[in-house]
Design a binder for this molecule. Structure first.
Ligand code: DNO
Length: 358
């Protein structure tokens, strides 16, 4: 397992590369070009600037999260081919810069969804929460407002305000896109880009839908074992893989995380892992807790053990952390709690490793 840490770049992140480098076990960062609009080609020189910056601090840049997919591709519009061409060129440029894994998602309109970005727990820490009653009781516009307010001016991955200004228009376009149509549009995209990935040596890793159910009636398809398997089987290639995000998949209790890790891990299709714990507080209700098992609803030992058993040697990053110790940071992406998460995961890994060797 190779540990990496998400970094939003000098312009947007409050955490520095020097700080990241001092977390035990971290060998690199996961980055992106946040100022290239979705759908445009990522210029090679800009990628190289980011890479060189990261390397100067002694860290590596081998994983990109994310190259977002233009809405026209998800909608299956006739303009999609132009955007697929741009996407392919971005992949070629990334490969020239030595990038090995590229994350993307296929969620219509919204990326990850929470209904409170700064919920205060009794101990004073702030966490991100999801409560489906908000979705049922309010509209998409209110959700965007909630994100804007909760962001406190920080960047939020996948939440591009300029794109979301045309919210009603985009939502209208999805009216006749159901799950099957969305799935077919994903396969069309994969059939075009996977051959490029094979040629240039990049592994694509689709991120599950977060949360793994429909919001505001929009279709969501990367939600469970059966659907993921269907996506992987539709384009059989080692380059067509997944980001196994336990925080996303596990909030549906029907998803057996250790079993899914064993299944997709043995297929060699898990290219990236996101580890975080969540506390499930009711039906379609949860908040993102600290990483240790006793803080949330997951058995983190069993999850790490499954990764160990499938000899997972891909990339892993701690996922959203709480905001603690008065840190001012991007919601979910402060330094302290994610660093605590890494120390904990390393402890679990060492324990499993030594017990197996006994
Ligand atoms: C939020 C992240 C997501 C994730 C994308 C992957 O913090 O988990 O934005 O990176 O959905 O494409």
């Amino acid at each position: 397992m190779r540990i990496v840490f998400r970094w939003y770049g000098e312009k947007f992140d409050t955490v520095t590369l020097e700080q990241i480098r001092q977390i035990p076990g971290v060998e690199g960062v996961v980055g992106a070009l946040f100022d290239v609009p979705v759908g445009e080609v990522w210029p090679f020189d800009k990628i190289m600037q980011l890479k060189q910056k990261v390397e100067q601090s002694g860290l590596k840049l081998e994983v990109i999260e994310s190259v977002n997919v233009h809405e026209d591709i998800k909608l299956g519009l006739s303009t999609r081919d132009k955007y697929i061409e741009n996407y392919s060129q971005t992949l070629i440029n990334l490969s020239k810069a030595g990038i090995k894994v590229v994350v993307y998602n296929f969620m219509p309109v919204f990326d990850w969804v929470r209904t409170d970005l700064r919920k205060k727990l009794p101990d004073g820490s702030e966490v991100m929460e999801y409560d489906h009653r908000f979705i049922e009781g309010r509209g998409p516009k209110e959700l965007v407002e909630e994100f804007r307010r909760g962001s406190q001016g920080f960047i939020l991955a996948g939440w591009e305000w300029s794109r979301l200004e045309k919210l009603s228009e985009i939502l209208k376009m999805y009216e006749d896109v159901d799950e099957e149509r969305l799935f077919q549009n994903l396969i069309y995209f994969l059939k075009n880009v996977i051959p490029i990935c094979e040629k240039v040596g990049i592994k694509l890793a689709i991120h599950p839908d977060d949360p793994p159910w429909s919001v505001f009636g929009l279709p969501r398809i990367v939600t469970c074992k059966e659907n993921i398997e269907r996506i992987l089987r539709a384009v059989e290639s080692p380059c067509n893989g997944i980001t196994f995000c336990i925080g996303s998949l596990g909030v549906n209790r029907k998803n057996n995380l250790p079993e899914m890790i064993r299944y997709f891990g043995n297929m060699g299709r898990i290219h990236f892992v996101h580890l975080r714990n969540v506390k499930i507080t009711g039906e379609k209700m949860f908040y993102e807790s600290a990483h240790p098992s006793f803080c949330g609803s997951y058995d983190m030992f069993e999850i790490v053990k499954a990764l160990y058993d499938v000899k997972f040697d891909g990339y892993m990053r701690p996922d959203h952390g709480r905001t603690i110790w008065n840190e001012k940071s991007i919601p979910g992406y402060g330094l302290y709690d994610r660093a605590l998460g890494i120390a904990y995961i390393l402890g679990l890994w060492e324990a499993v490793n030594k017990m197996v060797a006994r």
